[in-house]
Design a protein around this ligand. Structure first.
Ligand code: ADP
Length: 545
């Protein structure tokens, strides 16, 4: 306190427009366009947009939407693959004050109709490839909304459903449209529905401040800079491309669009555009690892790849590194703008044997520098677990890159924020070095004879088997033990005669015996629309075995 009483640092030192502006990722685009106007911002097939053109297109979009009366409080839905309109929507839509609702293009008509209804979208911008499912969804929605079609020459068929195509819509707008930043950085910027791995989809609402911060967090954690060439192997609809839509723009990097994450396209694109960075769920990495030899390429310099969204098996990390990729492991959820946590590499990891290094990377790790707090706690008492790598608790997060809440869902929002922390629903342990390791989603842990068995730990052992391509382990009710592990396995094409007994023996050789699966089922695994294995379907199947 000052001599005269009161805090001298609060006197005559008020926030004003010169020293306090709402944080929004939209300013990254203006910045990049003013600093790198002629640099290539977006590549899509043979098309190129410079940062000047990219910004102009976003402003045209904002202007055209504004002319149609859209703005604060409105929702603009977009159903598109990783193509320029989807990227432009991440800037053009919120420039109007409206909220972008990017829809997962793998959903069925009922799922899309639910989202359009719940999110109250007034307009949908949709790629013609998805016209069959969208026209059905619009019928189910039962109310008329404006439809703008994206007629991408790289798209695959479909019909034009709406009144206009996207390029004609952009032409309605002014390229020098002046957009107003949000009055409050807490204003909603996007609405993202969870894929419903654990139940009904929930509408997660992001704010401008969180988008700004997670974009910068990504750039810091993943080492993006002005020379970065970012290949879009992660769908932009997923948590706004884990906030990389804004993050790559924040550094003036180049976005390389990709409609379909097919290894036969990914390898040549990396080579052609000298890609430096890309992200993807472990399933994408697994596809690259198992791609036919004539598709695979070696690169002159290592390509940075960030993976998350599900636990990457260490065998997949090791195989990717052997192919010339540097793997960064990210953990996060829709509720925290994509990644919140990463296995921050320590200098000494560089000297480790590949297997040991992969074991370090496979842990989910520490919080982003832009996240305020990360703890593993007992959800009842909120007491932190000891850093003994054994005591399981729930991972909780706190900070400015946690969602505003769930749209029109106050009870679930309150429960998710109980005790002033966001409850992730993921169970994990803390290692002596402070790195968190996720053991399971609370629903997935297997309780056998009074012991917890982490399904991820059993899967980790299964993925090390040379002929296992994919694996998932769930609880099967068991009279003696309560529950026992049941493994569902997809074998590699060259597997030959691998039997259930072989798999069980392999697990016994690599795990404590009680953790080895009692049952092994071979075949393809059911996936959600974001490519995650649907354990609830497998649990049902296991019960019926
Ligand atoms: P949904 O909840 O619909 O599956 P999300 O993308 O929000 O969609 O999924 C977040 C969940 O994915 C997390 O709660 C966690 O269970 C899982 N997850 C994400 N990243 C990782 C990771 N690196 N390791 C293990 N699990 C992960």
């Amino acid at each position: 306190m000052g001599v005269g009483g009161g805090n001298i640092f609060e006197q005559g030192l008020d926030a004003n427009p010169a020293n306090f502006q709402p944080q929004t990722p939209l300013t990254f685009l203006d910045w990049a366009a003013s600093v790198y106007p002629e640099k290539v911002a977006v590549i899509h097939g043979d098309s190129r947009f410079t940062y000047r053109q990219f910004a102009e297109r976003c402003r045209r979009l904002a202007s055209a939407l504004t002319k149609r009366g859209l703005g604060l409080g409105d929702t603009v839905a977009v159903m598109a693959p990783n193509s320029p309109p989807m990227l432009e929507a991440h800037f053009g839509v919120p420039m109007t004050g409206a909220v972008l609702n990017a829809i997962n293009y793998r959903l069925d008509a009922a799922g899309i109709a639910f989202i359009l209804g719940h999110g109250e979208a007034k307009i949908i911008i949709t790629d013609r490839e998805y016209s069959p499912v969208i026209s059905e969804a619009l019928q189910q929605l039962g109310r008329a909304i404006t439809v703008i079609d994206i007629d991408d020459p790289l798209g695959n068929g479909g019909e034009l459903l709406g009144e206009k195509n996207y390029e004609a819509f952009l032409a309605e707008g002014e390229p020098d449209f002046v957009w107003a930043p949000p009055e409050d950085e807490w204003q909603a910027i996007t609405l993202n529905y969870t894929s419903g791995t654990t139940g009904d989809p929930k509408g997660v609402v992001y704010h401008h401040r969180g988008g700004f911060l997670n974009a910068l967090g990504n750039a810091l954690v993943f080492g993006l800079n002005r020379d970065s060439v970012y290949l879009w192997t992660l769908p932009m609809f997923h948590c706004n491309g884990w906030s990389y839509t804004w993050g790559v723009t924040a550094v003036g990097g180049t976005h390389v669009c990709l409609r379909n994450p097919d290894p036969a396209l990914i390898f040549p694109l990396i080579e052609e555009h000298a890609v430096t960075h890309m992200c993807g769920a472990p399933i994408i990495l697994n596809m690259l690892v198992h791609a036919p030899d004539d598709v695979k390429r070696r690169f002159d310099s290592p390509v940075e790849v960030a993976t998350g969204g599900a636990a990457p098996p260490s065998a997949v990390i090791e195989a990717m590194e052997a192919m010339g990729f540097n793997v960064t492991h990210l953990y996060g959820l829709t509720e925290c703008y994509g990644p919140s946590t990463f296995a921050a590499p320590q200098p000494e990891w560089a000297d480790l044997e590949p297997e040991e290094k992969a074991r370090m990377i496979v842990r989910q790790g520490v919080r982003y520098p832009t996240m305020s707090g990360q703890m593993v706690m007992d959800p009842e008492t909120m007491a932190p677990v000891p850093a003994d790598a054994e005591t399981i608790g729930e991972l909780m997060l706190q900070g400015n890159t946690v969602m505003k809440g769930y749209l029109k869902n106050p009870d679930t929002t309150t429960a998710a924020f109980a005790g002033g922390w966001f409850h992730t629903g993921d169970l994990g342990v803390v290692h002596a070095d402070g790195y968190v390791e996720i053991k399971d989603r609370s629903k997935d842990i297997i309780l056998s004879g009074g012991e917890n068995i982490s399904s991820l730990e059993v899967e980790e052992a299964l993925y090390k088997h040379p002929h296992v391509m994919e694996a998932a382990v769930v609880a099967k009710p068991n009279e003696k033990w309560g529950e026992s592990p049941c493994a569902f396995v997809t074998l590699t094409p060259k597997a030959g005669e691998v039997s259930a007994e072989d798999i069980i023996q392999w697990c016994k050789d690599h795990l404590a015996h009680f953790k080895a699966p009692h049952w092994v089922v071979f075949g393809p695994l059911p996936k959600t629309s974001t490519g995650k294995i649907q354990k609830f379907v497998l649990r049902q199947q296991a019960k019926e075995l």
